[in-house]
Design a protein around this ligand. Structure first.
Ligand SMILES: C[S@@+](CC[C@H](N)C(=O)[O-])C[C@H]1O[C@@H](n2cnc3c(N)ncnc32)[C@H](O)[C@@H]1O
Length: 458
């Protein structure tokens, strides 16, 4: 192996040969890989080495020698400090290509030669997030701050405008924070582990304009709680419910287990593809509703349902995928681990007059094999939409034993998707993968993968 003599603080002139999954530029120095944030493929830059590891190094740009035609001027003041977006310096269409290439290369590494379609982007990739979750903290001068965390840190950057956040909930969050400051409501101090308000979490139903405010508190009692609730109710008529969530743990998890409803019903509604959905504070709901309709339509279209199928919606959340497909299904079963989400899913079936569905609380890896062996049900089509860590091995083994004609795998993490599809590929042909840009300008991408039971297995 070639000896590498790259050292910290050395300066090099390099050409960026590729963009990595997080939008970072990649260069080679004597065959050694260097990652350079904020650099675009094709650019020539002078860099300073910041850190050298055994297989790669990190560097920062000192000077641009030749800029890419895809470079965009920055439209956000906090972009270079914030941990949210990763590609605002790149032309949007180009980011879609980068995301597709990243998916392709992850599958290649798994030895899977797959048909990855063009990434489906947004017409207007701004203000798309229907969920805002801002930490509150204390700055170096002892002042309360609310906003986004700085990259790889827990320092809060004051944020009043975020270009990917729905504008109405952004405005309401700012109003609530100003009230908290004015009344000296104690903000949580992560180091001392004292104080009260840890996070503000706001959700909006894009089609209904209903807003849910969740105030995450370290303590059961919040100073000026009644005044705070009255202020929100009076000033922001779109707020349909206010929930206090108690979280006194020392973890990074935003929501604690206990919710106290301070105003309204404790939930809001939204609509997707003509179906109405109840959303509670603990339930997962996709954060980009415009792209969600595209994602679900693609997943449902690829399932090619005739109305005669028994379908499982695994990791179903509040039942959205199955319910959106319910009028083309004979019988729908949904499994999800969060009890509140299953309560929402049952209610969602009922408000949409869906009578062919059953939803169960459980971990897919345990609940699915148990359900199948107890009820001798056969599945024709299975939708899976697991969290970032992907499907559990037992869950995949069970699906491989059931042998549905089709599996439509919706994934927010191409790395675990590729790992899982490698296992599925023993029995399933991977027809195609469609990346959908659910999170424009961030490093994330959602994918719909269509798996068809191989002929010799039928
Ligand atoms: C990416 S979300 C998808 C939810 C839903 N399909 C949607 O589009 O809104 C993944 C869901 O899986 C649930 N989940 C996580 N681990 C699980 C497990 N082992 N078994 C069942 N559900 C799980 C989470 O609570 C979450 O609701």
């Amino acid at each position: 192996m070639k000896e590498v003599c790259i050292r910290k603080n050395q300066i090099y002139e390099v050409e960026i040969i590729d963009n990595g999954f997080e939008g970072e530029g990649i260069a080679k120095i004597d065959g050694f890989t260097v990652f350079i944030p904020n650099a675009i493929k094709g650019e020539k830059v002078r860099i300073k080495i910041l850190k050298v590891l055994s297989s790669h190094a990190f560097a920062k740009i000192e000077e641009f020698i030749e800029k890419s035609d895809y470079r965009e001027s920055l439209d956000c003041d906090t972009y270079l400090k914030c941990g949210g977006c990763a590609m605002r310096h790149i032309n949007y269409e180009k980011t879609l290509e980068i995301k597709r290439n990243a998916v392709l290369s992850i599958f290649k590494k798994q030895g899977l030669n797959v048909n990855v379609k063009e990434t489906i982007g947004m017409e207007k990739p701004y203000y798309y997030r229907n969920k805002l979750q801002y930490p509150l903290g204390i700055d170096n001068n002892g002042n309360a701050v609310m906003g986004v965390f700085a990259q790889r840190s827990h320092r809060v950057i004051q944020t009043e405008k975020c270009l990917i956040q729905n504008e109405m909930i952004q405005e309401i969050a700012t109003g609530i924070f100003n009230f908290i400051k004015e009344k000296n409501v104690p903000v949580y101090n992560e180091v001392k582990r004292n104080g009260q308000i840890r996070h503000l979490v706001l959700r909006i139903g894009l089609k209904t304009n209903e807003v849910m405010v969740t105030i995450v508190s370290n303590e059961e009692e919040i100073k000026c709680e009644k005044e705070l609730v009255d202020f929100i109710k009076e000033k922001y008529k779109n707020v349909k419910t206010i929930v206090k969530n108690i979280n006194s743990s020392s973890t990074n998890v935003i929501l604690g287990k206990k919710n106290v409803i301070l105003f309204g019903n404790g939930y809001i509604y939204d609509e997707l593809l003509g179906f109405k959905f109840k959303i509670s504070p603990m339930s997962f709901y996709q954060v980009n509703p415009i792209q969600t309709e595209i994602l679900y339509s693609k997943a449902i279209q690829e399932a090619e349902l005739s109305g005669e199928e028994t379908v499982f919606d695994l990791y179903c959340g509040i039942g959205t995928i199955g319910i959106c497909a319910s009028n083309r299904i004979k019988k729908l079963y949904g499994i999800e681990t969060i009890p509140e989400a299953i309560e929402d899913a049952k209610k969602n079936a009922s408000i949409n007059n869906i009578e062919n569905s059953e939803f169960f609380v459980g971990d897919v890896e345990k609940a699915l094999p148990e359900f199948i062996s107890r009820n001798h049900v056969n599945a024709d089509v299975i939708f899976v939409d697991p969290p970032r860590k992907g499907c559990d091995k037992t869950a995949i083994e069970t699906i491989l034993n059931i042998e549905p004609k089709k599996v439509v795998y919706v994934s927010c993490n191409p790395a675990t998707l590729a790992r899982d599809l490698k296992v599925f590929s023993t029995k399933y042909e991977i027809k195609e993968i469609t990346p959908v840009d659910m999170f424009p300008f961030t490093s994330h991408v959602e994918c719909v993968a269509v798996l068809i039971l191989k002929n010799d297995k039928i």
